[in-house]
Design a binder for this molecule. Structure first.
Ligand code: DQA
Length: 149
């Protein structure tokens, strides 16, 4: 099987994920975003750039999804708490998948085993797929899919 080269993958992280490492380690583990980036960089071929970003701002995240459309870049998205209520982010995610680009929703924890409000995602309905509950492995599985199908 041959796959097309993927020059860049946007790995976008929503609110409070900048605190990974110290934020509820019993839920999210002890690794921080630098550890996540290192894990993904080690996983992809040298020809693929991992462009990992985090923001606490909904508007910034939406802007990055517009950028993904404009530059035809596949997306791994952990929308964090925006998962559960941001219709603006959902509409931006739909722009990505309607442009024919993969957008994979990921979660470090399995939200379905947690509080009721985490059981609903307004993003999943427009995502290419959803991977949750595997720690940083959720991101690795998403990147694997983007690279190899
Ligand atoms: C999360 C799950 C969300 O419910 C939560 O708000 C987060 C992180 C996860 O990766 O498990 O911030 O998206």
């Amino acid at each position: 099987m041959t796959s097309n080269p993927v020059p860049r993958i946007l790995v976008l992280n929503g609110p409070n994920l900048g605190r990974l490492g110290s934020r509820e380690p019993e839920v999210y583990g002890s690794g921080n975003l630098e550890d996540l980036e290192a894990l993904l960089v080690a996983f992809v071929p040298e020809t693929t750039q991992i462009d990992l970003r985090q923001t606490n701002e909904e508007a910034e995240l939406i802007g990055w999804l517009h950028e993904a459309v404009d530059t035809a870049t596949p997306v791994v998205l952990n929308p964090a708490a925006f998962t559960h209520y941001s219709y603006g982010l959902r509409d931006a995610a739909a722009l990505v998948t309607k442009a024919g680009l993969p957008l994979i929703e990921v979660h470090i924890s399995n939200p379905h085993t947690r509080e009721e409000f985490r059981h609903d995602s307004v993003i999943s309905g427009v995502a290419t797929g959803v991977i949750a509950g595997f720690g940083f492995g959720s991101y690795r599985l998403a990147v694997d899919h983007i690279l190899h199908g």
